[in-house]
Ligand binder design. Structure first.
Ligand SMILES: Nc1ncnc2c1ncn2[C@@H]1O[C@H](COP(=O)(O)OP(=O)(O)OP(=O)(O)O)[C@@H](O)[C@H]1O
Ligand SMILES: [Mg+2]
Length: 373
């Protein structure tokens, strides 16, 4: 690992955080995507080894086996796909994979690989055993993706030189490497690409207890006087997401330093999060707007995600990838084949009386994941 580790991180997040879905407004304390204020801090707060990585016990155990097996054989491990909502630690885990293998990590992202040539240049610079990390791998352009198939399978690429009838394809050997791909939308990956990963790690939302451990660690790194009851309060409102937990910790710290003695207690946490519009469940303005539109404008649904997105003035991708995963997990929203449906819990959370069939919708949503797109 180089000394530029922190800078590499910052650069990567600048490159990948600025486009596409997963973006929210600037001052939103609950936004799941990395924002300017997060980048420097995130670099210092990232876990650096598997034991330091809190939570995701299944993924950690599985990866441990994959990596140890490969190390024992003295060969690069299978390609790894990390999938899950934003801010759950995919980038952190990719760096840890590199560190555990003692390999250097080359980083790029899907949108940066517009032409096959961009990827060919990247691949031909790899040394044996290197880890190539492609963030937002579902956004790799088609020609580059096809080149990737061959590279992943045979460690070879065919570079086409020239145009028209005179064009020739020159095979190019590349060093055996490990591809680590990260995606917030594994469903958007093409079948052939998905099949070429030997191992897919599904990152899950974190439990409040895990988030408590994460922010307690962050507080000690940042020198925040975080009390146990304050940690519990912040963890409970972080939507199962370490990035949000760390951000709320910093916002509550500001409040504690400006309005009181700097100690983050349950009282300061509650008062601060009231200011930042984060409710007891961790739902923010956009989440509540989605639920409110669903309930008030569409009678609880079912309604298509695009219609819902228009109603709250957001991109469908943001509603689908950023709001919905947590609303579904919190049992507020169900994805059914006919569209999105508010559950009884959603009506109650908004202080409304649920209609008779809302409870049934909840069950329907559970049995029919995926739904309409
Ligand atoms: N398991 C963890 N333990 C401790 N901190 C974590 C963990 N997972 C994530 N974090 C913290 O959350 C921040 C965001 O994590 P990371 O950037 O790895 O998420 P991501 O899944 O790559 O997000 P995105 O999809 O937006 O790229 C990190 O800077 C780190 O501080
Ligand atoms: Mg990332």
């Amino acid at each position: 690992m180089t000394d530029d580790w922190a800078n590499d991180w910052a650069d990567l997040d600048v490159g990948s955080g600025g486009t596409g879905a997963g973006q929210r407004g600037g001052e939103d304390a609950l936004s799941t995507s990395a924002e300017p204020g997060d980048r420097d801090v995130e670099a210092t707060l990232r876990p650096r080894s598997l034991p330091e990585f809190v939570g995701q016990p299944r993924v950690r155990e599985q990866l441990e086996l994959v990596l140890t097996g490969a190390r024992n054989r003295g060969a690069p491990p299978d390609h790894v796909l990390l999938s899950g909502p934003p801010g759950l630690g995919k980038t952190s885990m990719a760096m840890i994979i590199g560190a555990e293998l003692g390999a250097s990590v080359r980083m790029t992202s899907g949108p940066a690989l517009e032409r096959a040539g961009d990827l060919a240049a990247m691949l031909s610079n790899l040394a044996e055993g290197d880890v190539l990390f492609i963030d937002e791998i579902h956004r790799v352009a088609r020609p580059a993706e096809e080149m990737l198939y061959l590279a992943m399978e045979d460690f070879r690429v065919d570079v086409v030189v020239g145009k028209g009838p005179g064009a020739t394809s020159i095979p190019l050997e590349i060093a055996p490497f490990t591809l680590v791909g990260a995606t917030t939308r594994s469903g958007a990956l093409t079948g052939p690409l998905r099949d070429r990963f030997g191992f897919t790690a599904h990152m899950e939302f974190y439990s409040p207890a895990e988030l408590e451990r994460i922010i307690t660690r962050s507080a000690s790194i940042l020198g925040v006087d975080l009390r146990p009851d304050g940690a519990r309060e912040i963890a409970g409102r972080s939507r199962g997401t370490p990035r949000i937990a760390n951000r709320l910790l910093r916002r509550v710290r500001d409040y504690a330093e400006v309005r009181s003695d700097g100690a983050v207690t349950v009282e300061t946490a509650r008062a601060a999060l009231l200011v930042y519009d984060v409710d007891e469940l961790g739902l923010d303005r956009l989440d509540r707007a989605v639920l409110t539109a669903l309930v008030r404008s569409f009678g609880g649904g079912p309604v298509g995600v695009s219609t819902l997105a228009v109603a709250v003035g957001e991109e469908p991708g943001t509603v689908e990838e950023v709001c919905e995963p947590y609303l579904v997990r919190a049992g507020m929203l169900a994805r059914t084949p006919r569209g999105r449906v508010a559950t009884a819990a959603a009506w109650e959370h908004l202080g409304l009386l649920p209609p008779e069939d809302a409870a049934a919708a909840q069950t329907a949503g559970r049995t029919a994941p995926g739904g309409e797109g």
